[in-house]
Design a protein around this ligand. Structure first.
Ligand code: PBG
Length: 340
């Protein structure tokens, strides 16, 4: 039903904007630190807190630094972190990704020991662990796959590894696994691997609708997972498509995902809205990605934008579009601003 309003002068929207108290009372979207998930990059070494040059204020941490960092996140009321690991060695299939003493597995233990109530989410993908930087096992060129280019990411062989990685993260104590490789069937494969290892209680937060975006640039420096050749367009989505987003989301729901993610966030607010409307029964997450962070940081450090107000406006807009949860590098600063 289309609502109609009596025209001016009876109808004056400005009446409800007169004072801060009135504006507070009628505000539709309230951002809180409980909405945030904070990404952490973890590497080997000791005493390391290396700033990521394209993401000022974000760091690669060594394991010994994690307890203090996890506590500083928890104190701000941020309930969850998502972990990205930088292994010591890489190989064609990313074996270290599911090593019981791998970088992520150790990081999970350390964070859960330091802050047991912290919800630890792990990114499940191969790109940080493979020597070629791709999200899966590559076609090396054999007779059965003449139609596929050499270097093409092979879907079903990759599923097997993703299942092992997810179970390994759960074994180490992860509370939620978040598959990000955009392989067809990844949610189903991970669900059955988790269930087979008696982790039927561990939820999946699927990167269901992940675009082949240029806004991931700074992340690839942060996680040291840039592809050595080619791109990710044969698995990540075309930015021009939105009907396909609903297909991706529907497949992941059918395969048993517990939550849906749209990524990136800001250029895809329409997609967040559509996914949230189409699947109101599932929580919707949005990933406010590295390039989005870098843009606001760069403009604010030049004095072109006021950082506090643009960050809070951006995060509120992502929530207004339908995100129940927001993965954001701004989480700590935004939580501080929301407190004050
Ligand atoms: C892949 C992954 C990526 C991001 C999160 N998980 C990079 C990619 O797909 O190339 C990007 C996040 C960001 O840009 O902040 N495992």
């Amino acid at each position: 039903m289309i609502q109609t309003y009596p025209p001016f002068p009876n109808s004056r929207p400005r009446r409800l904007r007169l004072t801060p108290a009135l504006r507070d009372m009628v505000r539709e979207t309230i951002l809180t630190s409980k909405d945030f998930i904070y990404p952490l990059f973890v590497r080997y070494g000791r005493g390391i807190q290396d700033e990521i040059s394209s993401m000022p204020g974000q760091y690669q941490w060594s394991l010994d630094k994690l307890p203090a960092e996890a506590e500083s996140i928890a104190v701000l009321g941020i309930p969850a972190v998502i972990l990205f690991g930088i292994p010591a060695e890489k190989d064609p299939v990313g074996l270290k990704n599911f090593a019981p003493d791998g970088i992520i597995q150790q990081a999970i233990h350390i964070i859960k020991d330091a802050v047991p109530e912290m919800v630890v989410i792990t990114d499940v993908c191969l790109c940080e662990y493979t020597d070629h930087g791709h999200c899966g096992v590559l076609n090396v060129g054999d007779n059965r796959r003449v139609q596929l280019p050499v270097g093409h990411v092979l879907n079903d062989l990759t599923l097997d590894i993703l299942g092992k990685v997810a179970a390994s993260h759960a074994e180490a104590g992860a509370d939620i696994v978040a598959p990000s490789s955009m392989m067809d069937g990844m949610v189903g494969a991970i669900r059955s691997s988790l269930d087979g290892a008696e982790f039927e209680h561990i939820p999946i937060l699927s990167y269901a609708v992940k675009y082949a975006s240029s806004f991931y640039g700074p992340f690839r420096e942060a996680a040291e997972g840039a592809p050595k050749f080619g791109d990710r367009k044969s698995h990540q989505m075309d930015p021009a498509n939105s009907r396909e987003a609903l297909r991706e989301a529907a497949l992941d729901v059918a395969e048993g995902t517990d939550m849906l993610m749209v990524k990136p966030a800001l250029p895809y607010l329409d997609i967040i809205r559509q996914v949230n409307d189409a699947f109101p029964e599932l929580p919707t997450a949005a990933y406010n990605v590295s390039g989005e962070y870098a843009m606001l940081k760069a403009a604010s450090s030049n004095g072109w934008l006021d950082e506090r107000s643009v960050v809070l406006e951006t995060l509120t807009a992502i929530k207004r579009a339908g995100a129940d949860l927001i993965i954001t590098y701004h989480a700590k600063e935004a939580a501080k601003w929301l407190k004050s």
